[in-house]
Design a protein around this ligand. Structure first.
Ligand code: ADP
Ligand code: MG
Length: 238
């Protein structure tokens, strides 16, 4: 059974049809990357999975059970945003513990989880600082740490590295690959960067204008692009 299954999912904003009937399976421990040009609906699909947008029609299942009508907090997912979305008035420890405090978790357990995440991400020296005292790369690590603390079944990433410079992007890419292995988690990752997609993913989903053009391993896509759009987007001769 697929861990996450999306069936005939659509989303319109008024007359604008942004997601036009998406079917997709994401298996346990997949690193699944949504790749496509800007404006094609990648973030909207991710937000639908997270429950931050309401679907117009269709269904989302987790472990075979519908989650389409569940609020975000009940979906066993954690999302990492491009803009980091940290609370500026809270220090790093408070940023990382906030969701667990809301859920009224045991304070000692919260501490253990925050410190474990900080250790994984090399954030231990910064726990008492405010986000404004951190570099872009460190802020992005905090955003990832906040997701790790929640121990979700699935991590959702929306272009998490696009605000970082090129060298840091390469480093964070390696860290994300390591995290995926260490946490034994399922990751769904949105990007418009082909290199990022091909280095991170075991499954790439190519999008254009609200539709999936092709889904498969990087090797499959390079070997047998389904159409001219896919070939063109992967920079292959047509
Ligand atoms: P991507 O992440 O692939 O760049 P998005 O999912 O952000 O694409 O957006 C896809 C399309 O949906 C765009 O044309 C965007 O303007 C439109 N869109 C996204 N969110 C809204 C909204 N809340 N209201 C109206 N249009 C939206
Ligand atoms: Mg986007």
């Amino acid at each position: 059974m697929a861990q996450l299954e999306i069936k005939s999912l659509t989303k319109s904003f008024g007359e604008t049809h942004v997601i036009k009937g998406v079917d997709l399976r994401v298996e346990d421990r997949d690193f699944c990357v949504f790749l496509g040009p800007s404006g094609c609906g990648k973030s909207t699909l991710l937000r639908l999975i997270a429950g931050l947008e309401e679907a117009s029609s269709g269904e989302i299942l987790m472990d075979g059970k519908p989650i389409t009508d569940l609020p975000p907090a009940k979906r066993n997912l954690a999302m990492v945003f491009q803009s980091y979305a940290l609370y500026p008035h809270m220090n790093i420890r408070e940023n990382m513990s906030f969701s667990m405090k809301l859920a009224k978790a045991d304070p000692q357990l919260i501490n253990e989880k925050v410190e474990r995440a900080a250790r994984i991400l090399g954030l231990e020296p910064y726990l008492d600082r405010k986000p404004s005292a951190l570099s872009g790369g460190q802020r992005q690590r905090v955003a990832i740490g906040r997701a790790i603390v929640r121990e979700p079944r699935i991590f959702l990433f929306d272009e998490p590295l696009s605000n970082l410079d090129a060298a840091l992007r390469v480093q964070m890419r390696l860290e994300l690959a390591r995290l995926h292995q260490d946490l034994k988690a399922t990751m769904i990752y949105v990007t418009h960067d082909q290199v990022e997609a091909m280095t991170l993913a075991n499954k790439v989903v190519i999008f254009s204008a609200g539709n999936i053009e092709q889904a498969g391993s990087p090797q499959e896509l390079y070997r047998r692009p389904a159409n001219r759009f896919v070939a063109g987007f992967l920079g292959m001769p047509q």
